[in-house]
Design a protein around this ligand. Structure first.
Ligand code: ZN
Length: 400
């Protein structure tokens, strides 16, 4: 009886404030994806803390709860517990993407659902794979095996009553990433994320960008880049909260967007927004992006309404400068690089081939080669279409 009374009080208290749970993915002994100069867990935490700080500063009627504020490991279940124990109104998970190819870049936001492309399933599988770090995960996660494609079938039959709100927020976040933070927009996507599945409120999982792309990693590990990404999500949240208040008949408090003029990023950091078709995506399927289509896909019968656009046919080549070849994998700060930063590599015939620069225009890569030719007299220009290496000559023909 006493318990019941206490619970009632608790619920009443919760109703007066909007509770936002922010989850910085990974942490502690789980670094997430690893880049050349940074780790996913650190990027996720930095952006999450800044997002939370912005909300706390500007929206006094929001209770911000962090799943972690330090470099700490939490299981996916523990993260979902934070959401449910706090009766959260919204759950935002912050992650950073990674791909085998260093050419993939751009931001995407996921909501819960059945993945309609291998690329989306791969992201969910990678993010869910942290489950494997736990002992007896098979009993804890009721037979859900993050590495088995069959396990993901459950997301096909799941009804998620929060899906519309989640997709609305995901679309606004993507718009903000594109307009405010000037990132390449990879769209709103669906996949089976365990942590979203277990959370009883609208929820999204943001993939800020690719740690595996040198330029994007530089952006995401920079202070200004992190600030812009946090602000972009914050602006989308202001919009979500305004809608929420309107629907619940509540007067919206003075909730301020951060204007584009307050953006901190140097333009040179960002990938050009209009070059999205040049973003060579390792998996070729790109889902349609509009909110309405995404909604239709999810609320109606999934198998009938899938709209998938294959855009691998119009992929443009990307140029790089190959510096040298090595039999061993070198550390990023190895003296062999002669002080050059942001050196990338690819593997071919058991050799590590080190490159610098990622450009879609030949004259830009030629300029980079000119700059480093003093240090690396044998450096030459190569090109990729998708994962396929081609000669600069072949690439130039394609760009004509
Ligand atoms: Zn992650």
């Amino acid at each position: 009886m006493l318990m019941l009374f206490a619970l009632t009080i608790d619920n009443t208290a919760q109703n007066t404030k909007f509770t936002l749970v922010i989850d910085a993915g990974h942490g502690g002994h789980d670094p997430g994806a690893i880049g050349t100069i940074s780790r996913e867990k650190d990027i996720n935490l930095a952006v999450s803390l800044q997002l939370g700080a912005l909300v706390e500063k500007n929206l006094k009627d929001v209770n911000v709860v962090f799943t972690r504020k330090t470099d700490k490991y939490l299981t996916l279940q523990e993260r979902a517990d934070v959401v449910n124990n706090n009766h959260a109104d919204l759950f935002i998970c912050v992650h950073t993407n990674s791909a085998k190819s260093s050419l993939a870049f751009g931001s995407e936001t996921f909501t819960l659902g059945l993945a309609k492309s291998k690329a989306n399933l791969d992201v969910a599988m990678r993010e869910n794979s942290v489950i494997l770090l736990e002992d007896d995960y098979k009993t804890k996660y009721k037979g859900f095996d993050p590495a088995s494609v069959e396990s993901y079938i459950m997301f096909e039959f799941m009804q998620d009553k929060y899906i519309d709100k989640s997709i609305d927020l995901a679309s606004t976040i993507q718009k903000q990433f594109s307009n405010f933070a000037r990132r390449s927009d990879r769209g709103v996507r669906q996949a089976g994320f365990w942590v979203l599945h277990r959370s009883a409120c609208p929820s999204v999982l943001v993939e800020l960008g690719f740690i595996s792309n040198p330029a994007e990693e530089r952006f995401l590990s920079s202070e200004s880049g992190q600030k812009d990404m946090a602000t972009a999500i914050y602006n989308a949240f202001v919009n979500f909260k305004r809608d929420h208040d309107k629907k619940s008949g509540k007067q919206t408090e003075n909730q301020k967007y951060v204007e584009i003029t307050e953006r901190s990023t140097e333009n040179s950091f960002a990938q050009p927004v209009d070059s999205e078709t040049e973003a060579v995506q390792p998996e070729t399927a790109t889902e349609t992006k509009t909110t309405t289509e995404a909604k239709a896909t999810d609320s109606a019968s999934i198998s009938n309404t899938v709209v998938t656009v294959f855009n691998n046919t119009d992929v443009k080549p990307v140029f790089k400068v190959q510096l040298f070849v090595s039999r061993v994998k070198l550390k990023p700060n190895a003296s062999d690089f002669k002080g050059l930063k942001e050196v990338d590599y690819f593997e071919e015939n058991g050799m590590y081939k080190y490159t610098i620069g990622v450009e879609t225009e030949y004259n830009k890569i030629a300029k980079i080669r000119k700059e480093i030719i003093g240090k690396f007299p044998d450096a030459f220009i190569i090109a990729f279409v998708g994962n396929k290496k081609i000669t600069a000559k072949e690439a130039l023909k394609l760009t004509k």
